[in-house]
Structures are given as C-alpha cells and as structure tokens.
Design a protein around this ligand. Structure first.
Ligand code: ADP
Ligand code: MG
Length: 430
C-alpha cells in the first residue's frame, strides 16, 4: 500500500481586504501518495498558488488541516520545496553559489555543499556553467539553476508553480524531459511532485493524475487519472483523448457533443456551418473579455467597444461558443476557463488549443479524415467543395471551405497551395 505523503482536509482560505472577505479556496480535500506526480490545473485565480503555499507551510489556511506523513503540519515544511515560475536567483552569486546558498541555509557543511551543488548542476545539464553569473544565462538555464537549487535540499515533496510557463518552447520541452528523467529514473530522493500548470498537454505528458480546480470559490472539481505508460507519446490517440477530456472539464462542457456540434457532411443530421470569422478578430474578442470584470460583457455594448458591426459580432460570438471559449446567456457573453487560458496563452499554445478545439468539429474531423485517406495526404479544392455541397449550397460550400482552410492553417493542421488549388495535411495532423 502506498503511503499518504500529504493530506489536505477541508482546507479553506479566506482573504480579507478592508471590510470585505473573499473565499479563495473552499473545502479542499486532497491526498498525495508516495510515488505520485500530480498536476494541479484550473483557471487563473482558482487558488493553485495559494494551495501550494499552504502545502509547503509558507502560509497557514483559514481552516482545515494539513497532514504530512500523518502528522499535522506546523510552520514551514522542511521536507517540501517550491519552485516558482520565475526563480529568484541572487545576481551577485555564481550559479554554483546560488545552489550552495540553499544548502548553507539547511546547515550542510561547506565541503558537502560543494559536492552536492556540483553534482546537481551536472544532473540538470549545467555542467560547465558553475562559475557563470545569472545574467549570462538564458531563461531555460536560469530555471535549471532553480531546479538544482530546489533539489539540492533533497525535498521529499517537490512543489512546482507553473515552472515552465516563462520559458520558450524548446527550453521548456528539454527541461520537462530532464525533470521526468530525474523523477522516473529515481535519481532524486523526491517522493512526490505536485505541479501547478496551465498547460494541458504538459500535465497529460508528465503527471499520473490531474486535479482540476474551478474558481469562485476555488475548489477541486475533478480528479483524472493518467493511465498511460511513460514515456508518453503525444500522438497516441489515448493521449489526445485525455487532453480532450481535460479541455472539456475546463470548458465546463455540458451539452452532448452531437447536439452542440452537428454531424459530418454526408451523415444523417445537419452539419453545423462554421461561422465565417477572422481569427485575429476572435482573439481580440477573447482578450477583451479577459480584461473585463468577471470576464463578462453585455453583447449589446460589445459591438461599440470592439468597433465591429452586429453581424460580425454575432459570428464572433458564435465561433467563441462553438469552440468552447465562452458561454452566452441573458444577453451577456462570459469567457469560460478555457477561453481565459487561450486569451492568456502564448501564440504557440493558442495554436495548440485551437487545434484541439477544431479537431472536435465534425466538419474538420471529416475533412482531416478525407485527407488522411487519400494516398498523398492531399486533395483538390474542387473535390472537397463538391463533397461539401451535399450539405451546403454551392456558394456556402465554397465559403465553408475557405473558412476551414483559414482555421486549419492557423492551427497548423492544414496547408493549402493557392496556385495548384490543393489542400494538404500538415505532418502534425497526420
Ligand atoms: P492561481 O495560482 O490559481 O492563479 P492564487 O492562489 O494566486 O490563484 O489566487 C487565488 C485568489 O486569491 C485570487 O483571486 C487572488 O487574487 C487571491 N489572492 C491570492 N493571494 C492573496 C493575498 N495574499 N491576499 C488577498 N488575495 C489573494
Ligand atoms: Mg498561480
């Protein structure tokens, strides 16, 4: 039987400012077992960072209990360490000294400090940079120093607060790989990892379990087990399926898919038409909502704020809903957690989110299926248009295809050569 390393019982956190009180976390129960790597997901403000501070003892909750190895936690947990999104290194110390500082604080004797620091820097791939100063390092390398410093104290529980989100794509990817290697290879004494992240694929790629939170008030809404062997393959249908499930939970998907999305061309039932919108305008709408109080806006007022006519606006809103980024009720449009994630994501992550969302649409599934089935993974525009005319009149079929190509290109699922009028499947979509 794996033992419980950490247990949260009925944790609530209330913050007060002036006279008003605000429930940041309500009645959270969470168990982390030895050997477990859990990811903590949820929209900005759902209390991920707060929960990590409570777990490491940097802050005590308003109510509830934290048990560490079945003992109530009082004060800072000496067996836990937290790595933040941007790791604060001392600029006047070298890389090696920055790691040694953490050991010094724990009373490790000088000789052992040096050996351990050098060993860790080697393990995170910073061999040769011991005497460099932080200003000489790239973001990815700085975060490696952060990891080395966190691991220097050999924490049993490693807490990570969006550790890769400030890094460029390549550094993030290599550091993920290195962390996984240290973890799965048993090269660090860490017994459990809890990682807050915004990045769904990252969570499915690394964690054994995904704890999904929602906000207002912050609470756990779901625990999802990731039962895929390591190392994971991002193209594996099971992987994609899990990513999609997490998206749906985060999007608060309630309608059955076939009702919401329609059917594929040629199948019984109506094919839902794609709203003809410009992706930059859609992004603009989502960013605008992200900046509004409660992520909500009155649709009537929006047309003026965004300087678009009402037809355009309605198409944008329809697209936002169809893609699962926003919900409409009583004349208001509200950005949901997924839309918020999109609005706050990097361009790269936006494309990934967008790709996952359009892959769900029957029209896209159908189109990608056609391309996959053709021997050169390509098709002539005319052929696809003729097929679409089963569902739409000629002019609309043409516009549907235009929009599908526009979206597919943005998502990097499709390519289109205008001169030969041929559609291609992008390697990533094959
Ligand atoms: P997350 O990491 O999921 O984005 P946080 O834990 O940072 O969420 O914040 C949860 C909520 O609590 C937010 O609404 C945030 O503004 C609020 N909050 C966080 N820390 C404090 C604090 N020290 N005082 C008051 N409110 C806070
Ligand atoms: Mg946070």
């Amino acid at each position: 039987m794996p033992e419980n390393l950490l247990e949260l019982k009925n944790i609530s956190q209330i913050y007060s400012s002036g006279d008003s009180k605000f429930t940041a976390i309500r009645e959270v129960d969470l168990v982390l077992q030895e050997g477990e790597f859990a990811a903590l997901m949820g929209p900005t403000g759902c209390g991920k960072s707060t929960l990590l501070r409570i777990i490491t003892g940097l802050q005590s909750p308003t109510s509830g209990r934290v048990l560490y190895r079945d003992q109530p936690l009082t004060g800072v947990n000496p067996h836990a360490t937290i790595v933040f999104q941007t790791f604060a290194l001392f600029p006047w110390l070298t890389v090696q000294e920055n790691v040694e500082v953490a050991l010094k604080a724990r009373g490790v004797p000088p000789k052992l400090r040096t050996t351990r620091a050098l060993d860790l820097l080697d393990r995170v791939g910073l061999d040769g940079f011991e005497t460099a100063y932080p200003r000489e390092l790239s973001g990815g390398m700085l975060q490696k120093v952060g990891f080395a410093r966190a691991m220097a104290v050999e924490p049993e529980l490693l807490c990570l607060d969006e550790p890769f989100s400030a890094l460029d794509v390549l550094s993030a990817e290599s550091l993920r790989g290195e962390l996984l290697e240290l973890w799965t290879g048993g090269k660090i004494p860490t017994r459990a990892i809890l990682m807050a992240t915004h990045h769904i694929e990252e969570a499915v790629f690394m964690a054994d379990r995904i704890v999904v939170m929602d906000k207002d008030p912050g609470r756990v809404i779901m625990n999802l087990r990731v039962d895929l062997p390591l190392p994971r393959n991002r193209k594996d249908p099971k992987f994609l399926n899990l990513v999609d499930r997490v998206y749906m939970v985060l999007a608060g998907q309630t309608q059955p898919e076939h009702v919401e999305l329609g059917t594929a061309p040629g199948e019984p039932g109506r094919t839902r038409a794609l709203p003809h919108i410009n992706i930059d305008d859609l992004t603009g709408l989502l960013e605008h909502l992200d900046n509004m109080p409660n992520n909500r806006a009155d649709i009537y007022a929006l047309a003026q704020e965004l300087q678009v006519n009402s037809d355009e606006l309605l198409r944008l809103i329809e697209a936002a809903e169809l893609l699962g980024f926003a919900n409409v009720a009583y004349g208001d449009i509200t950005l949901n957690p997924l839309g918020e994630t999109f609005a706050e994501a990097s361009i790269r992550s936006r494309k990934e989110i967008f790709a996952t969302r359009i892959r769900r649409l029957p029209l896209f599934k159908w189109l990608l299926g056609l391309l996959r089935a053709s021997d050169k993974k390509q098709m002539e525009w005319d052929v696809v248009q003729k097929a679409l005319e089963l569902e739409f009149h000629e002019e609309e079929a043409e516009r549907q295809l235009d929009t599908a190509i526009d979206w597919g290109r943005y998502a990097e699922l499709l390519a289109y050569d205008d001169s030969s009028q041929i559609l291609f499947l992008e390697p990533g979509a094959a």
